[in-house]
Design a binder for this molecule. Structure first.
Ligand code: MV4
Length: 539
């Protein structure tokens, strides 16, 4: 895979036109002895783990409700940064930079979300003499604007979705533009991505209303109401390429992640490799991602998002200029510690030999555990985690930001933990995920774990037949029934109490209930019965 911006030959130019072995922009490698993590939850814990392995001292900031959080327990130092609202705590860029200087930190790791993709924050760090563990402020800014990044990608020869290169001046421009592209089209905010200010338009009669809606949503989300047009790609997959770049102009691809399983723009399951990406397609997408990164002089970890259509065509969507939630599946199939690589390249080390020829090995699947109730339309489920048993054993990785006794507040992202599995192939990874989910128990709050148990019984998911709309369609149609086990368990318990005194033997029903002839409902009933016997709520 190892698509590189700089061939190994002497003095070959990279796509950014810079010579190989360019001197680092800020002097020789700088030893990082202490790193401040400007984040919380599982990603703060993830970064802490690598810092300790590298022998680097760690510091975290925490908000008031996070004072007993897992990062505070695990870090070498923890510093209060303000009350619950993010803007008064984790988003206080200047205060965080000041603190870092005060405590003698050499660098700041922003994690994901919060300050991670704010070019001004990267600049603030640099101006204070701190290493920002991420790309340059210029690269963040260039990829932050959709129309700007599209223009750069077209110039770099990266395939983008057919459509306009300019923000639309008015409705008339939208009408002529849409007619030229051909319906259905997509209106998108020029300033930012992530699905905000985005409107699908099926036919000319719907354009005016969609145009107005997209503009006002773009204004509300980005403070900029400019929108532009793209052709709608129908039922594509979301496949993204992990890249890593050093400060000397070398960028490599670490292969793809399949992220099509999303619920309302929230990823829920990610895997590597994609079930449909061949080595040849991996090479082409990797080369496109490396060209995309090269076009903005990218360094550090980044992700290039593509839509992949049913004919195998792929189109650049946007570049995420940070470490992503789902980086773990790439780590599992490449054996590379992405956080360690981020720290090394930020310190000025060139990418090492392990980046020379990266080929995915085996198959990894990650599910995100959200504190949301899948039985109540994914309503937030805050509270105290009364009991927590995470799965263990072969091929399992937990990235959790919580422990038994943790209070889950409503102030932040509801993602508590990620459960990842690795196995030699996809079939075995699915089996391992099933086993892991069977071991998992969380009491006190509801989580999305039952959704993943249900997905494992879905023929399309098992076959790798995915697209970006699949999960929302299946949830809406009732085809993917998230079994209402708490109700079922309560009903069975009531029934048992009411009608008899003989003890129910838990062992009488097998896990998964695979006896011939037993239908799905019976299996769930069996599971519900076991649970009712134990008396615990469902995790
Ligand atoms: C699209 C698209 C179809 N056609 N653009 C959604 C979030 C933003 N990053 C881009 N998105 C999309 N852009 C065209 N021309 C479909 C989506 C889309 C999507 C993309 C990736 C992952 C999940 C998605 C869910 C709905 C829509």
């Amino acid at each position: 895979m190892a698509e590189e911006s700089v061939p190994n030959g002497e003095g070959a130019p990279g796509p950014a036109g810079r010579p190989e072995r360019m001197p680092p922009p800020s002097g020789p490698p700088r030893a990082l002895r202490k790193v401040l993590i400007a984040n919380r939850g599982e990603i703060a814990v993830r970064i802490l783990r690598t810092l300790r392995e590298l022998g680097i001292r760690s510091a975290v900031v925490y908000s008031e409700p996070d004072r007993r959080g897992l990062p505070v327990l695990l870090a070498d130092e923890a510093h209060p940064i303000g009350p619950a609202p993010s803007r008064d705590s984790y988003l206080r860029g200047e205060a965080i930079v000041r603190l870092a200087v005060e405590i003698g930190a050499d660098a700041i790791h922003p994690g994901y979300g919060f300050l991670s993709e704010r070019a001004e924050f990267a600049r603030l760090c640099q101006d204070a003499g701190l290493v920002f563990i991420g790309p340059s402020a210029a690269a963040i800014a260039a990829m932050g604007s959709k129309v700007e990044s599209r223009r750069l990608m077209i110039a770099a020869g990266v395939p983008v979705v057919p459509g306009g290169q300019e923000a639309l001046l008015d409705l008339a421009a939208a009408q002529s533009g849409a007619a030229e592209i051909g319906y259905p089209v997509m209106l998108k905010a020029a300033a930012g991505g992530g699905g905000k200010g985005m409107r699908m338009v099926a036919r000319p009669a719907d354009l005016a209303a969609a145009y107005r809606a997209a503009r006002s949503e773009a204004a509300a989300s980005f403070g900029d109401d400019a929108v532009y047009l793209e052709q709608l790609i129908v039922e594509p997959r979301h496949v993204e390429i992990q890249v890593m770049g050093d400060l000397y102009g070398r960028v490599v691809s670490l292969g793809e992640r399949e992220c099509s399983l999303q619920r309302r723009h929230q990823k829920v399951v990610e895997e590597a490799p994609s079930p449909v990406v061949t080595p040849e397609l991996r090479r082409r997408m990797g080369a496109a991602a490396v060209a995309a990164a090269g076009a903005v002089g990218y360094s550090n970890a980044g992700t290039v998002e593509f839509l992949l259509d049913a004919e195998g065509r792929f189109f650049f969507l946007e570049m995420n200029t940070r470490l992503q939630v789902e980086h773990a599946v790439t780590e599992l199939v490449t054996g590379i510690d992405l956080v360690a690589a981020q720290i090394r390249v930020a310190a000025g080390e060139p990418l090492g030999r392990e980046f020379d020829d990266v080929t995915p090995r085996g198959h990894a699947i990650e599910v995100r555990l959200y504190a949301e109730d899948p039985f109540q339309r994914f309503a937030p489920s805050p509270g105290r985690i009364e009991m927590l048993r995470l799965p263990e054993g072969p091929g399992i990785r937990n990235d959790s930001g919580v422990y038994e006794g943790s209070e889950v507040s409503i102030h932040y992202d509801p993602m508590l933990a990620k459960l990842s599995v690795w196995a030699a192939d996809r079939e075995r990874a699915l089996a391992r995920l099933g086993r892991a989910l069977a071991e998992l128990r969380i009491e006190g709050i509801r989580t999305t774990a039952p959704l993943y148990r249900a997905l494992l019984g879905d023929a399309d998911f098992r076959a790798g037949r995915l697209d970006i709309g699949m999960l929302d369609r299946k949830l809406a149609s009732g085809e993917l029934r998230v079994p209402d086990l708490p109700l079922l368990a309560a009903a069975i318990a009531h029934y048992e109490r009411a009608r008899r005194t003989t003890a129910v033997v838990p062992g009488a029903v097998g896990a998964g209930g695979s006896a011939a002839g037993s239908g799905r409902r019976q299996r769930w009933a069996a599971a519900g019965r076991r649970e009712a016997v134990r008396g615990g709520p469902w995790s």
